[in-house]
Design a protein around this ligand. Sequence first.
Ligand code: AMP
Ligand code: GLY
Length: 424
Amino acid sequence: MKVLILGSGGREHALAWKIAQSPKCDKLFIAPGNAGTAQVGINAPLNISDFKSIATFVLENQIDMVVVGSEAPLVEGIRDYFDAREDLSEVTLIGPSKAGALLEGSKDFAKDFMQKNAIPTAAYKTFTAGETLEGFRFLETMKPPYVLKADGLAAGKGVIICNKIEDARENLRQMLDDKKFGQASQKVVIEEFLDGIEVSVFVLTDGKSYLLLPEAKDYKRIGEGDTGPNTGGMGAVSPVPFADKAFMQKVEDRIIKPTILGLQKLNILYQGFVFFGLIKVGDEPFVIEYNCRLGDPESEVIIPRIKSDLTDLFAAVKHQKIHEYRVEFETSTATTVFLVSGGYPGDYQKGKEITGISETIGSLVFHAGTKSDGKKIVTDGGRVLAITSFGTGITEALAVSYKNAAVINFEGKYYRSDLGNDLL
Ligand code: AMP
Ligand code: GLY
């Protein structure tokens, strides 16, 4: 079969690396891809929001399966576009419809969905442009810290947490009145702050049943000790020791099952990944957010832990036969350490030559922001490379990732050296 993956990050390189190993896959394309995906498949220079061009590419290249890595095309309705075209009806597309992707595309929709399905989440209220004063009044009823969330997609910057009510008010005003995040902050969710430890849980669903995938912990802040601004993710660990059997049972019963049922109640045929961004408060799980795709950097640890053939699982999704499958996981620990460009998540330079990748030993090096200029590989983004390693525990796996993090070089290279410390 021929497979097309849409996206260009570390998640898509991990997916491509895995799918390329399937004996069922004879040709693999990644659009637009990066220097890493070009080593396991063929990069196709497509705009992933241009559905017509993607459809033409799929037909011309007789693609059987399209795996949508990133959220933007899903929120924009790529699945609805494929479903509406009879000439694409045989194609397996992994990713939900526009209605399903609202779980990620609209925080207000997600909160309302959770409330209606009694899924544990922070108490909240949504305010629309013109309701700034009502928002101020609601803030008065809350305790600090104050959590403000732009309703729509805001490139990971749409959540603002303030300690002082004055700052919360000013941010709310900027979001609603000044359209700080454009359309995305037409509505703002204000919610209760939950104090706990985060974990990312993933399922693959065919719309009827689901398969639970390995969980992971992501490290979002740029600085050591979880300080400084948020990033796309500086590294990840899987499995997560505190997500033990008892906790995961609560997650399945109180969160995953009601979510799958809730989507069915809305007649949303959801065929793809659901990413549950959870927080453990005491011993109880709460949902912080949903995403309609896999996480990045979580993918760089969970995909290497999946032993089963992903193309089989994806085919089962289309035919709603996922309940017949069991997935096998690597039980040892996987860790990934992201090397990022100096200055990220603020301004940074691109085009720096990367050396040493071929000298690494014992790790998988997944590319994110890289490109090849024909002769050498250069940096092309804030998050550059994810170095994934296995070990009998977090310490052992991380030691390998860190050893190789020192072997790879580019001007301005930075990484966090304290990953996993909070779990030991
Ligand atoms: P999100 O974009 O929804 O993932 O939010 C970004 C980050 O903000 C999350 O990963 C959490 O660390 C934090 N966050 C979001 N909502 C809450 C909340 N209600 N309580 C505490 N932290 C939160
Ligand atoms: N690691 C968080 C995300 O993919 O959104």
